[in-house]
Design a protein around this ligand. Structure first.
Ligand code: CA
Length: 686
């Protein structure tokens, strides 16, 4: 009998059988002498394997161990969804991106927010039970490529696990949020490591990776004892040099696929920043690895080679940390084709027999199906336009690259862009697997032809057996590619950048419900039930890669970007929208420009290298348009940049990276462009 403890959110068990089960489970635990066991967050192996029998819970970021982002709940369905309204919302009081999918167990919701904050909420009312702020070393944001996001927590046997942006892993008491243990997972804080993915429970350990292959990180996954946080193992995905030491024995083989003269000082990349999944049936931990560093292989490993294990999928025995199988999707990768997109585990009938498979809609534009026990590649077909490779040869398992595809990263033959571009055909945003219909709903991107930060985002239903799309929505702009939820109610849910939360008919893609919430949505929705009522929840706020460059039509530009958790139910109420941002006032008169033209030019280069990733200086950029600095910021410029005076507003301290003279030159450049903008404004006045 499944152990299920009563708590105050399971107020009345309508079914007597369930009440008896709860009572028996509690007594069994008392008999076992586990009196201290928390009633919160009680997910274990047995319960995870029985997830389909208890659709009221959502036990992992993707609901079950296969992480298909599909729920058997059907109270909200094609007939009833028109009655969907707001049950409750919760404000995170942050203004950066939210990418996590919440977990719900026994009516309690656990989810993560900016930089690894954690929220525990009553799933029925939204009442806050506890929150946790990991108190990041904010200097880490100087080297985080893609905002301060976090893609979720793991919950297991009374503990909630979260990774902070600066790379610490925490185990929290699911009842109180108290820190039970914490470890620093970063091997070298001088390098560009950040942690944004959800930790993964794998047997007796919790595993976590990191990002940073856009800088100088050397990828690895670390694993720690679930109860104590004791270090268990670390698997480096790329060698640190041609001649060792090989921290894990697999690296000796991997090193032979790199030029001995590789730029080892750049770390090699292959970071595991998302997409880990554990298979309790086979006791295998799967994860994909990121791009190589540098992107350009001729700079990274001048003599070429496959550069294992970048852009690969690895299967690890979590008891030992040893590699069981691997498959490299993009040998010698050089187009920023990370392979960390979500991995979905399911059983699929292929060629007359049921296979245990793993599916991925990869950034490289191919939809892969593997036998997840052996790693055998069963299928690899293009789901978006792809020009870097003609096809994947199933016999050799290798892509057949297009001629000249390596000459350029983003342009192809000097005219055409390589497809997909660095944004990928599909990125971290969850896809949803509907086993009943045999359809994968994928938030796809087609953007190679027109370059980065342009192109189209399209939600499409993909049949992985026939390797074809069954339906698709109207394309929208590139940034509109939020995660997806599918349900047995015949519905597919997805939010969008303009702040609309929508439900579509899973069979046809017809829009059945559209709620204007006024907050940009990127994260995947999820669903659960409490006391017989089905809820649909989604986290909302713009961010991630290109976070400061929200689309001019986005809700973030119109209403600002305060984070919210939105939870809907049938016959709920209207969704309150944030107040629109006030119109921009006049550009204030900047201080006199006293620096030399040389200083201004030097400052311009420094700004481009250090500041421009966030400060695009567009009028409505989410990072302050520095042409609009008020006099008090000009006066305190050195303290703001070096001393971290505005670190709580998201501006990290640059002490030790930039000198006071360099900051003065950056300031001179900003005063210069502020005067240009100010003069243009004054000249335009009637
Ligand atoms: Ca990347």
């Amino acid at each position: 009998m499944r152990v299920r403890l009563r708590n105050r959110f399971v107020v009345v068990c309508a079914a007597m059988a369930l009440a008896l089960a709860s009572y028996a489970g509690k007594n069994a635990l008392v008999r076992a002498g586990q009196a201290k066991l928390s009633a919160y967050g009680q997910i274990d192996r047995k319960r995870l394997l029985a997830a389909d029998q208890h659709p009221e819970d959502w036990l992992t970021t993707g609901r079950d161990f296969g992480k298909g982002h599909y729920s058997p709940l059907a109270q909200v369905n094609r007939e009833t969804v028109s009655r969907l309204g707001l049950a409750w919302d919760y404000h995170t009081h942050t203004d950066r991106g939210l990418e996590a999918t919440p977990i719900v167990v026994d009516g309690v919701m656990y989810t993560s927010g900016v930089a690894g904050r954690v929220y525990a909420l009553d799933g029925k009312t939204g009442k806050e039970l506890w929150t946790f702020d990991p108190q990041n070393d904010l200097s880490v944001t100087r080297r985080s490529c893609c905002d301060e996001v976090n893609r979720g927590v793991a919950v297991w046997k009374g503990k909630v696990y979260t990774a902070s942006l600066d790379g610490r892993l925490f185990a929290l008491d699911a009842a109180t949020g108290a820190v039970l243990w914490k470890v620093d997972t970063v091997v070298d804080h001088q390098r560009g490591y950040t942690s944004t993915g959800a930790p993964e429970i794998a047997g007796r350990v919790v595993a976590i990776g990191n990002g940073g292959a856009e800088y100088d990180a050397r990828g690895y996954v670390s694993a720690y004892d679930l109860d104590t946080g004791k270090f268990a193992w670390r698997f480096f995905t790329v060698p640190g040099s041609a001649s060792g030491p090989y921290e894990n024995p697999e690296l000796e083989v991997a090193a032979k696929t790199w030029d001995p003269k590789s730029r080892w000082d750049m770390g090699g990349g292959g970071t595991v920043w998302d997409g880990m999944v554990y298979d309790p049936e086979l006791n295998l931990l799967y994860f994909g690895t990121g791009n190589g560093t540098f992107f350009d292989q001729s700079k990274r490993s001048p003599a070429g080679g496959d550069n294992l294990f970048i852009a690969s999928i690895l299967a690890i025995n979590p008891d030992t940390g040893r590699l069981v199988w691997h498959y490299q999707e993009v040998p010698g990768e050089q187009w920023d084709y990370d392979v960390v997109q979500p991995l979905v585990l399911t059983d699929l009938k292929i060629g007359g027999s049921i296979r245990k498979v793993m599916m991925q809609a990869s950034k490289d534009g191919f939809f892969y199906i593997f036998d997840r026990k052996t790693g055998q590649l069963l299928s690899a077909e293009k789901f978006v336009p792809v020009t870097w490779a003609d096809h994947i040869d199933l016999k050799t398992g290798r892509p057949v690259e297009a001629a000249n595809a390596r000459d350029f990263r983003n342009s192809f033959n000097g005219k055409k862009y390589v497809e997909p571009s660095v944004m990928g055909g599909h990125n971290w945003h969850a896809m949803a697997w509907d086993a009943q219909r045999g359809l994968m709903y994928i938030p796809e991107i087609e953007n190679g032809q027109t370059g980065i930060f342009s192109g189209k985002a399209i939600l499409r239903a993909w049949d992985p057996i026939r390797s074809k799309h069954v339906w698709e929505l109207e394309p929208t702009d590139w940034w509109d590619r939020a995660g997806v939820l599918a349900t047995a109610g015949g519905l597919v849910f997805q939010g969008n950048g303009t702040g609309h939360f929508c439900a579509y008919d899973a069979a046809t893609g017809k829009k059945l419900k559209d709620i204007d919430v006024g907050t940009t949505i990127m994260a995947a929705p999820m669903t659960y039930s409490v006391d017989g009522v089905q809820y649909v929840a989604v986290m909302a706020a713009w961010g991630g890669g290109g976070w400061s460059m929200a689309h001019p039509a986005s809700a973030a530009y119109i209403y600002g970007n305060e984070g919210r958790l939105l939870v809907f139910k049938l016959d709920g109420g209207p969704t309150p929208k944030p107040e629109p941002l006030p119109p921009l006032g006049p550009i204030p008169q900047p201080p006199a420009l006293t620096a030399s033209p040389e200083a201004v030019n030097h400052g311009k280069d420094l700004f481009a290298a250090n500041c421009s990733r966030c400060h695009t200086n567009d009028e409505r950029s989410l990072a302050l348009n520095l042409r609009r600095m008020p006099p008090e910021i000009h006066e305190a410029f050195q303290q703001v940049v070096l001393g971290g005076m505005l670190k709580n507003a998201g501006m990290p301290p640059w002490e030790g990276v930039l000198s006071p003279k360099e900051v003065a030159d950056i300031h001179a450049y900003l005063i210069s462009i502020s005067w240009d903008a100010y003069k243009a404004q004054q000249a335009a006045k009637p």
